[in-house]
Every structure is written in structure tokens, then in C-alpha cells.
Design a protein around this ligand. Structure first.
Ligand code: SAH
Length: 560
């Protein structure tokens, strides 16, 4: 099995069975429902947690009724070929039911778990029962040419057809296939394309295309070269390019378009990537078409050992905290990450993470050092994610990352694929809870004088007050900065009446979130802590009662 599963339980009654399964998969975290059971990780929403795990591709072993799992995952059951294994296990370990992920090895996982408890897994896949292997799920490094054709093929075998085996398929040797010399059906393992109607074609990923550079035409050229040579695109293991061209976008785009990894190799003087390939990998042959060199190995190629990948650094914003306020691109970056860096609180908020994802939690206040660490990881070919709360560009890590990059003359840092992914900033999350206090012109001000002189802050507050902007204060107060907020309010009060609307958002989007609506006259620094965002209205910001309690606060879009 490729990935560590997540074990999900709803209550204490399942804990013993969960721990028994965990003994077999020591890396697997147990997720327990908050308030019901103490486990390795806690969650508060079963459905949301299950969907997040499913979408991150993590195998799921849920100790609860199959129906609950089905209902929870129903909204996200789109792409069957990609889905991870999902199993239901009875809390008393009397039943193991594989539900989803037939092509990802769910039956294998079900058998392993059933064996732990000395019971039978509830396998219902006919082909697998009969042949002892899932023909549609070849091992790593091999790929089925056509899943739908494959299903018909398996149905034929179930209907009594015999089969012959051509090519190297070591995993099928142990299977109980109805083998015969003069069979009417054939399994063929080959890089060549084009299955006859009575064939199941399985491609080893054994082709490597070596290029010196890329342009927009490259994917089409690769496809036509493969076509000309009678080779299957699915047999392509990777694209190989010179290290010196790592930062060229066209190479990355070509690899993405072809759906294969891109690897970079350090060529010697006068050496091409094709030369490098010939001397570094045992090849059966090197083919040429359309000016491209395509190497074919006898076995699937271990891509991870071929040169190196272009690393990626994603500087992301989690939003205020709630999973549903995180943008999908951020979730994707987190799911794909190998290294996750940031304050421990934020790294924990970035879950669910898989055990093999390395967490670099720091309480390091030195932002440039953290940025440098992230670049070092990415420059070594890894996919790193640097986590901020809210938006990474709002009083957070993105600016430090760019400052570190600008100050670096390391070509490997500059070759990293850097992306900044936005998040819902605290001011926006708080404003939305309250209504629309930022409905007209506004400004965001950090009251922290750690990185800027207090004089500058005072001047800005004065100007923002005079300009009648709505103001949102980040970092309003802390133990080491006790008096600054009081002074800031004095300045604001020179420009605003005591009736001015004020909002305090504390831990918005997190457990224990609290929104307070009050007036400038009522506001004292004691009401505020470092987990609070303060919004001070403009002269036009207004409020009115909400049905059901509290009030709506908004700033109209017209002016006076
Ligand atoms: N990048 C973050 C801000 C980091 S500065 C963002 O875009 O939101 C830290 C300050 O942000 C805190 O002192 C607090 O004022 C505010 N803040 C961050 N998260 C918050 C939340 N969930 N609720 C209220 N305020 C928050």
C-alpha cells in the first residue's frame, strides 16, 4: 500500500479496535470526535473531516456505519479513478467492508485488516474473488491502457474465457488466472500502443523523453513522436531537461500538459540530456522521432532517482481558521506538500496532514530565517508550504519571502517555483460576520511597532482619521506592547465621535469565536487582546438591530 491511512472514530467504544488497527499501521493517526473521545487528532465535524481526508487522497478507515460514510462522502464522489481506499470497520471488529477505491487497493487493505481480527473481509468484487488480484489495479509503475476496456475484459474472463500472458508482469504470476496457450484473450505488458479487441493492455512507465528546451509546441511534438513510433503516451515515465533550464516555465507547462513528472539533470560539458540518459540509465533502446530522443527501459523507471525535481514554495494563507473559508488552491498546495513550515498553531490548523508530511514548527520570530529555510527545502527539489493565518500578504510571511529572495544570489533559490496563494484576511472575515463595515474605503493598519517606528504608526492613524477611512487594526496589543492601543485610540478620538461604530472580532472562524459590536466611547484597551481584530468605523458606518439578536453593522457605499 502506498499511503498511510487515517483511522476515524466517533466515540470511545471504537478506540480499542482503532488502536489494534493502528498497531499494524503505526504511522496512521486516529481522528476522534472532539468531546467524545481522546485520540491522536480531534475533529468537530465528521462529514467535513471525512471529505477533507478523501479529497487529500488519504485512505480512510472509518469505524462506524457504512451508511454514515456513504452519506458524508456522497457530495465529493466525482472521480472514481483517483479516489483513495475507503473502508467501514465495525467498532467491535466483527466486520470489514471495503466501500470505495477499488482501483487504489481497497480490497487489499480490507484483507489486511480482516486478517488482524481473524475475520473475512466483505469483498464483493467478482474479478478479484475469482482471480485473487484486481487486474484493473496494476502495481506502481504500471498503468492500464483503458479502464473501461479492462472492465469488459475482466467480465469476459469471468464469463469463462481463458487468457494468455505476454510481457513481463511479475505480480500476475501468483494470481489465479485461467491461463491457456491457445487462449482467446491476452494480457500484454508493453510500451506499444493499440490494443486489439481481445487484449488487456498494460503499459510499464518505461519511456523517458530527453529534451534540451521546451516551447509551447513540445507536448504536441512528444505526442506525435510517440504516435509515429507506435508507443503509448501512458508509458511515458517522465520528461528530462537540463538543470540550467529549471526556471523556464515552458518546460513545466509541457510536463503538466503531458501529465508526467519533470526531472532535471546536470549535463557535463557538451553533453545533452539524451547523452546523460544513455550513460545513466540501462536502456533497451533510444528512439528518435521529430527531433526528440526517447529512451525505453526494460522495466518501469524509478523517476525519483532520475536527476531532481524543480522544488516549489507555496506561501499560503489559511484564512481565519474554519476549513470552509480556505481557498481550494491552498488546500491543494497543502495536500501536495512534502514540508510544511510555520508557527505550530498554524501548522496544526492546516490539517488534515499525512504523517509523511514533514512539519517544521517554529516559534521563531525571525521571519527571514524561516523564509530562508523554506527556500533551502524547495531549492533541494522538495515541495514546501509556508503557512500564515489569514492572507500571507497581510502582515505575514509573503513579504519576508520576497525580501529573502531579492537578497539572495543563489540561482537555485531563484529557480524554485514560487507561488503566493491568498487567504481570507482577519479583517474580511470579521467584517463579514458583522455585516459590511468595510463597504466603503478602508485601511488596514498593524499597531505593532516591532518592525516600524511608533511615530510612523501615529502619523498614519492621524491621516486615516482625517481621511475618514474605516480602520482595521491588526496586532492591536500584546504583553510587550501594552500602551500602544490606548495611544492609538486617543488619536482616533480626535477625528471621530464617541458614537462611532466599533467591532471586535476575536478568534473569528475558530472555536470560541466572539464578535462584539460597541461604540468608540465604550471601547477600552482591556477589551482587546492579540487574538482580536479591531474595526473602527468611519463617520458614516451605521448599525441596526438584527432579527434574532445582535446587530448588523455596515458602511454605505454612497457618501454624505
Ligand atoms: N495574515 C493575517 C494577519 C496576521 S497579524 C491575516 O491576514 O489575517 C496577526 C493579527 O491578525 C492578530 O493580532 C489579530 O489582530 C489578527 N487576527 C488574525 N487571525 C484572527 C482571527 N481569526 N480573529 C481575529 N483576529 C485575527
Amino acid at each position: 500500500m502506498q499511503q498511510t491511512p487515517a483511522i476515524v472514530i466517533l466515540g470511545a467504544a471504537s478506540l480499542a479496535t482503532a488502536r489494534r488497527i493502528q498497531q499494524h499501521y503505526p504511522q496512521a493517526p486516529i481522528y476522534g470526535l472532539h468531546g467524545r473521545v481522546e485520540a491522536d487528532q480531534s475533529y468537530s465535524d465528521f462529514g467535513a473531516t471525512l471529505r477533507a481526508l478523501y479529497q487529500s487522497g488519504m485512505p480512510i478507515i472509518a469505524l462506524c456505519a457504512a451508511g454514515i460514510i456513504i452519506r458524508s462522502l456522497a457530495p465529493v464522489l466525482a472521480d472514481k479513478e483517483q479516489e483513495p481506499p475507503v473502508l467501514a470497520v465495525a467498532e467491535d471488529a466483527s466486520a470489514v467492508v471495503p466501500l470505495l477505491g477499488g482501483l487504489a487497493g481497497v480490497n487489499h487493505l480490507a484483507r489486511e485488516i480482516a486478517a488482524l481480527f481473524g475475520i473475512n473481509a466483505a469483498i464483493t468484487t467478482a474479478g478479484e474473488l475469482r482471480f485473487g488480484t484486481c487486474l484493473l489495479n496494476p502495481p506502481e509503475g504500471y498503468v492500464l491502457a483503458d479502464v473501461d476496456e479492462g472492465k469488459r475484459f475482466v467480465a469476459d474472463l469471468l464469463g469463462g474465457e481463458a487468457v494468455s500472458l505476454q510481457g513481463d508482469a511479475p505480480w500476475l504470476a501468483a494470481a489465479r488466472l485461467p491461463l491457456a496457450e491457445d487462449a482467446g484473450r491476452h494480457i500484454r505488458v508493453t510500451c506499444a500502443s493499440g490494443a486489439a479487441h481481445d487484449e488487456l493492455l498494460i503499459h510499464p512507465r518505461a519511456l523517458v523523453v530527453a529534451v534540451e528546451a521546451a516551447d509551447a509546441e513540445l507536448p504536441a511534438r512528444v505526442r506525435s513522436a510517440l504516435h509515429e513510433l507506435g508507443l503509448a503516451e501512458a508509458a511515458l515515465a517522465c520528461l528530462l531537461a537540463p538543470l540550467a533550464r529549471m526556471s523556464e516555465g515552458a518546460l513545466g507547462e509541457a510536463a503538466r500538459a503531458l501529465g508526467v513528472p519533470l526531472r532535471f539533470v546536470e549535463c557535463g560539458a557538451g553533453e545533452t540530456p539524451a547523452d546523460w540518459l544513455c550513460r545513466s540509465l540501462a536502456l533497451e533502446e533510444v528512439l528518435e522521432a521529430d527531433g526528440l530522443h526517447i529512451g525505453r527501459a526494460a522495466q518501469p523507471v524509478a523517476v525519483e532517482q532520475l536527476g531532481r525535481a524543480r522544488g516549489r514554495l507555496s506561501v499560503i494563507g489559511l484564512g481565519p481558521g474554519a476549513a470552509e473559508l480556505m481557498v481550494p488552491a491552498v488546500r491543494r498546495a497543502l495536500d501536495e506538500a512534502e514540508d510544511i513550515l510555520g508557527y505550530a498553531t498554524y501548522v496544526n490548523m492546516a490539517g488534515p496532514l499525512r504523517p509523511e508530511q514533514v512539519r517544521h514548527c517554529s516559534d521563531n520570530r525571525e521571519e527571514l530565517q524561516r523564509a530562508a529555510h523554506a527556500f533551502e527545502l524547495a531549492a533541494s527539489g522538495r515541495r514546501a508550504v509556508l503557512v500564515s493565518s489569514g492572507d500571507p500578504g497581510v502582515f505575514a510571511m509573503a513579504a519576508a519571502v520576497l525580501e529573502a529572495l531579492e537578497g539572495s544570489d543563489d540561482p537555485l533559490w531563484h529557480a524554485v517555483e514560487l507561488e503566493i496563494l491568498p487567504g481570507v484576511s482577519a479583517a474580511l472575515a470579521t467584517a463579514a460576520q458583522a455585516g459590511a463595515p468595510l463597504g466603503h474605503d478602508f485601511c488596514l493598519i498593524s499597531l505593532s511597532d516591532n518592525l516600524k517606528p511608533w511615530d510612523v504608526i501615529e502619523q498614519r492613524l492621524d491621516h486615516a482619521g482625517a481621511a475618514d477611512l474605516v480602520m482595521a487594526f491588526y496586532n492591536p496589543i500584546s504583553r510587550s506592547r501594552p500602551w500602544q492601543l490606548g495611544r492609538a485610540l486617543e488619536i482616533v478620538r480626535n477625528h471621530r465621535t464617541p458614537q462611532t461604530c466599533v467591532l471586535l472580532g476575536r478568534d473569528i472562524g475558530r472555536p470560541g469565536a466572539k464578535l462584539t459590536s460597541l461604540t468608540l466611547g465604550e471601547l477600552t484597551p482591556e477589551m482587546v487582546d492579540m487574538r482580536t481584530l479591531v474595526i473602527i468605523g468611519s463617520s458614516t458606518t451605521r448599525s441596526f438591530p438584527r432579527a434574532g439578536g445582535g446587530e448588523w453593522v455596515y458602511t454605505p457605499r454612497w457618501y454624505r
